[in-house]
Design a binder for this molecule. Structure first.
Ligand code: BES
Ligand code: MN
Ligand code: ZN
Length: 500
């Protein structure tokens, strides 16, 4: 698919499909008004005969004769005074979905032109980017392990129409960013949706290597279990102890800035399957624990996005990857292990494994003297209880980072909500036999926060944020599938850091 800009006036656009907005008040404005007059009140007729009410997401395709465009795709955009980026996103998504079932080759989107009152570069950027991201969202297909043939789309050129307004760099930037973020999200969904017998730690290594091989700014290092032993990563190793599938620690350094500026380190939980270990999980919905590597997948997706866009920034991407399974060599509840940092950990519950692999990954991250560290993990069921499937949990030792990430979540429509970290909660993970326990030993509740407090013990004084994506990383039921979150939110943050 090619994403392009068309600066012609609506009445002169040469295209298969002209995508136009109609609102609930039935008043035609801008391009819709012009095109209506050019076609003898065709749109008005449609409205007055009840073919389209303007309700958000409605679509109708009208055949046209003797114009430079062959079809009009009318799209309900809801109430005019409520037309927002969110509603625009829903409208363009319905239009593109509809078009994806047709054999038209190109289309021009004029849903933004009525929205862009005056010249506002930020709106041009957002609306062009949303158009592209929506296309990627609609066209994600999982076909890796079923006999479904991949559907081919006829649409091959999608234009962002300006209705006569000048082209601006914010539009091409929006299209470019949309492509990189959109395809990174598709990559994360693919990795998440793959079953655990395919998507192993070694498979994640291969996928990362593919990205690294395409880009000179990336240097990839993969630590195996003997390397981990040398580094005394007793915490990570305790999780993989029961597995015959080898654990990996993936470390990809991206040098996008010529300066020696300190890197931003991204860490993602890569449990390719979580049975709970000896503290075995109930079998109901256990298959969903193939998604326990979504933090890792997001890390790999972000590596792809950042290198694709050649962001002028230095970064390190770290993925601790292993299986949490049961066998005679598996770690047992009560076992005490020593992390790379020297901290001893009483493993009271082998199902609280994510924090154990992250502990050593976070210690390793400090080797790079980072500007800041962000980790992402499907860490706690408690986070699903607290925030449901809509918002991810954010915990951080930096108020300014909290603000920045929260704003990035709002702008990218991939929201996150801060939870507190403090000494009262840290006290809950005291152990009588080790420096710390891997679950609460005194006090009840706050499972997401106590996990955050555990991680905090392994980040030293560095600015750090932990994002618990247990609720948002995948959907259940008939829509079961990975969501690609929080690629959009972290991309927003990184782009803002790199380009502003
Ligand atoms: N991967 C799970 C968390 C999870 C559970 C994510 C359900 C999404 C849905 C994690 O490893 C885990 O098992 N956490 C335990 C921690 C507990 C033993 C303190 C949990 O949340 O039950
Ligand atoms: Mn677990
Ligand atoms: Zn887990």
């Amino acid at each position: 698919m090619n994403f392009l800009i068309n600066t012609n006036k609506s009445s002169e656009i040469r295209t298969d499909c002209l995508i136009l907005p109609v609102f609930e008040d039935a008043i035609l404005r801008g391009a819709s008004k012009t095109i209506n007059s050019q076609n003898n009140n065709l749109i008005k007729d449609f409205q007055s005969n009840g073919d389209i009410s303007g309700k958000l997401g409605q679509t109708r395709i009208l055949p046209i004769n003797k114009q430079s465009y062959k079809r009009i795709v009318l799209v309900g955009c809801g109430k005019f005074d409520e037309y927002s980026e969110n509603n625009y996103k829903k409208a363009i998504t319905s239009a593109l979905k509809k078009l994806s079932f047709t054999s038209h080759k190109n289309a021009t989107n004029l849903l933004a032109s009525d929205h862009l009152i005056g010249k506002n570069d930020e709106l041009y950027y957002r609306t062009s980017r949303i158009m592209v991201e929506s296309w990627y969202e609609i066209t994600y297909q999982y076909t890796a392990t079923n006999s479904k043939k991949e559907k081919k789309y006829s649409l091959s050129k999608l234009y962002f129409g300006t209705n006569g307004n000048k082209r601006s760099s914010s539009m091409s930037k929006g299209l470019k960013h949309g492509e990189s973020i959109g395809s990174a999200i598709q990559k994360v969904k693919y990795l998440g949706d793959l079953p655990a017998n395919i998507c192993t730690p070694s498979f994640l290594v291969k996928e990362t290597r593919k990205i690294a091989n395409k880009n000179k700014s990336i240097s990839l290092k993969v630590l195996n279990e003997s390397d981990m032993k040398k580094l005394k990563m007793g915490s990570l190793l305790s999780v993989t102890a029961g597995a015959s599938e080898p654990a990996k620690l993936i470390v990809a350094e991206y040098k996008g800035s010529k300066s020696k500026s300190k890197p931003i380190v991204i860490v993602g939980k890569g449990i390719t399957f979580d049975t709970g270990g000896v503290s075995l999980k109930p079998s109901n919905a256990m298959d969903e624990m193939k998604y326990d590597m979504c933090g890792a997948a997001t890390t790999i997706g972000l590596l792809q996005m950042v290198s694709d866009l050649k962001l002028p920034i230095n970064m390190v991407f770290i993925v601790p990857a292993c299986e949490n399974v049961v066998s005679s060599t598996a770690t047992k509840p009560g076992d005490i292990v020593t992390a790379m940092s020297g901290t001893t950990i009483e493993v009271l519950n082998t199902d609280a494994e994510g924090r154990l692999i992250l502990a050593d990954a976070l210690t390793y991250a400090q080797k790079f003297k980072p500007e800041l560290i962000i980790d992402m993990a499907t860490l706690t069921g408690a986070c699903v209880v607290a925030l449901g499937k809509h918002i991810s949990g954010l915990m951080t030792n930096s108020d300014s980072l909290a603000k920045e990430l929260t704003l990035a979540g709002e702008l990218s429509k991939d929201p996150t909500w801060r939870l507190p970290l403090n000494e009262d909660y840290t006290k809950q993970i005291k152990s009588n036999f080790a420096d710390v326990a891997n679950i609460s030993t005194n006090g009840v509740g706050a499972g997401t926060i106590t996990a955050g407090c555990f991680l905090q013990k392994f980040v030293g004084d560095y600015d750090w944020a932990h994002i618990d994506i247990a609720g948002v990383a995948w959907l259940e039921g008939s829509n079961k599938g990975a969501t690609g979150r929080p690629v959009a939110m972290v991309s927003e943050f990184l782009i803002n850091r790199a380009l502003n």
